[in-house]
Design a protein around this ligand. Structure first.
Ligand SMILES: [Zn+2]
Length: 246
């Protein structure tokens, strides 16, 4: 069966002389692996559209759950990322996270859109990297069922917690006095709390359309990364590499 879908290349593994196997997050079929005969060859028509972090329109041939790529027409190659090792390594981390949270045969439109918007944000360089990284992490966690509970303090019920703190183990935000001296609490600045609320509720195209001061951005980045690593219970080699470059 022939299938057409758009998707983002999350991983490429080379094999034989000129072939490769791709992991792609697709809008219609979620995460899938597809063989790509001739995808490595310099003259191959599919070379551009099948590179890591290429966003392409794919034509796939499916046979009993196995996919091979018939055509890959690049839509956006994120060329600015490919010229900068720091941006490319952060983009690779986004890819590894998407590969972790996307499921096979489950449509992944929200994940794909979030990944594309954040990669685009990195490539135009108008927002600080750490802010884009935090937005990506928090939005992906929300889509994956791990939204931070920012509605009210679970102890006193206040919808504007006083000296807000974030409990990484429960994913809840409350007043510093209400939560006491528990382990795993991270102080949240008010502006960071409002940013989390914005990131959770914004239209997909608008997720980066806000600003916070530098300290609040750093606080947001700290919360987002720690929370993602806590929820997914794993380490990311791409994140370690990105941080080694900073
Ligand atoms: Zn409270």
């Amino acid at each position: 069966m022939i299938i057409s879908t758009d998707g983002l290349v999350l991983r490429e593994v080379l094999y034989r002389d000129s072939d490769k196997i791709l992991t792609i997050v697709t809008r219609d079929r979620g995460k899938l692996s597809a063989s790509c005969p001739g995808g490595r060859s310099k003259m191959g028509s599919m070379r551009a559209g099948t590179q890591l972090l290429s966003y392409s329109d794919f034509t796939l041939f499916e046979n009993r759950g196995r996919y091979s790529i018939n055509a890959a027409e690049p839509v956006e190659m994120f060329m600015q990322l490919r010229k900068d090792i720091l941006l490319l390594s952060l983009g690779s981390y986004f890819a590894e996270v998407l590969e972790t949270v996307a499921d096979e045969e489950v449509p992944a439109s929200d994940l794909l859109t979030t990944g594309l918007n954040c990669l685009y944000g990195l490539s135009v360089r108008k927002k600080p990297q750490l802010l884009i990284k935090a937005v990506f992490e928090l939005r992906v966690m929300m889509i994956s069922g791990y939204a931070i509970d920012v509605a009210e303090c679970p102890v006193c019920g206040s919808d504007e917690p006083e000296d807000p703190v974030f409990d990484i183990r429960t994913g809840r935000v409350g007043c510093s006095a209400c939560f006491g001296q528990e382990n795993g609490l991270i102080p949240l600045r008010g502006e960071s709390l409002n940013a989390i609320r914005y990131i959770h509720s914004a239209e997909p195209k608008r997720i980066l359309s806000f600003s916070v001061d530098e300290k609040s951005a750093a606080c947001l980045a700290d919360v987002a990364e720690k929370y993602l690593l806590h929820c997914l219970e794993r380490d990311f080699s791409t994140l370690r590499f990105y941080k080694s470059l900073l």
